[in-house]
Design a protein around this ligand. Structure first.
Ligand SMILES: [Cu+2]
Length: 215
């Protein structure tokens, strides 16, 4: 009798563990995350790590969501980013999308990066420029982490630019010394065909919103 009781207990425990796995892993799948690339440089005594992201008008079938929304605007390869605590993030964003323009012109300012600056080069520039603001009407997207006070407007490709034209934006920002999870997003209402441009990819993690995991 006793052994049957313990077999029952063990069965209940195993079932509980399986249900737990189902709820946490199957119902809440962990999205593929990319880790920052480590570099051999330091800045302000902190290790420098880097990311290379590309913004595209349509993510295609190889992008986010396994081809669920190939026509949606988004950041590639993903918006789930992981950074070591206390690092300086050297970000390079290759911007291939057109100019939509900001509704809130405040986000035309470069904020929270080192020296509140970005470096802009690419098809629309003969030489690279260091800027603290962008004409709000030229923005295609922003890279904004509200809780870190970081926001950078990303210049869009001009409508009369040559095919395959792109702009390249680089900037550096410091992440906190303590581990944490920070939401980031674009503040240009860039989701064409949705209500006020703020639907679909603008409100879906993996496209125009993401998570910055520190630590
Ligand atoms: Cu956007």
């Amino acid at each position: 009798m006793r052994s049957r009781f313990w077999i029952l207990v063990a069965g209940v425990v195993v079932a509980g563990v399986l249900v737990g796995f189902f709820v946490t892993r199957f119902l809440n799948p962990v999205p593929p995350q990319i880790a920052a690339t480590t570099t051999s440089t330091t800045l302000q005594g902190r290790p420098v790590v880097s990311f290379n992201l590309t913004t595209v008008a349509a993510v295609g079938t190889d992008g986010q969501g396994n081809g669920e929304h190939p026509q949606w605007v988004g950041y590639l390869p993903t918006t789930y980013l992981k950074v070591p605590a206390g690092a300086v993030v050297h970000m390079t964003i290759v911007q291939q999308d057109g100019q939509t323009g900001l509704r809130n012109e405040y986000f035309g300012l470069v904020r929270g990066t080192i020296n509140n600056q970005m470096t802009l080069s690419g098809s629309g520039h003969k030489q690279s420029e260091v800027l603290s603001a962008l004409d709000p009407s030229l923005a295609a997207h922003t890279f904004t982490v509200p809780d870190l006070g970081v926001s950078v407007p990303l210049e869009g490709v001009a409508s009369d630019a040559a095919a395959n034209a792109q702009e390249v934006i680089t900037f550096d920002f410091v992440v906190p010394d303590k581990p944490g999870l920070f939401r980031w997003q674009c503040f240009v209402p860039c989701a064409a065909g949705t209500l006020y441009g703020n639907g679909g990819p603008m409100q879906t993690l993996g496209y125009m919103a993401g998570e910055l995991q520190v630590g």
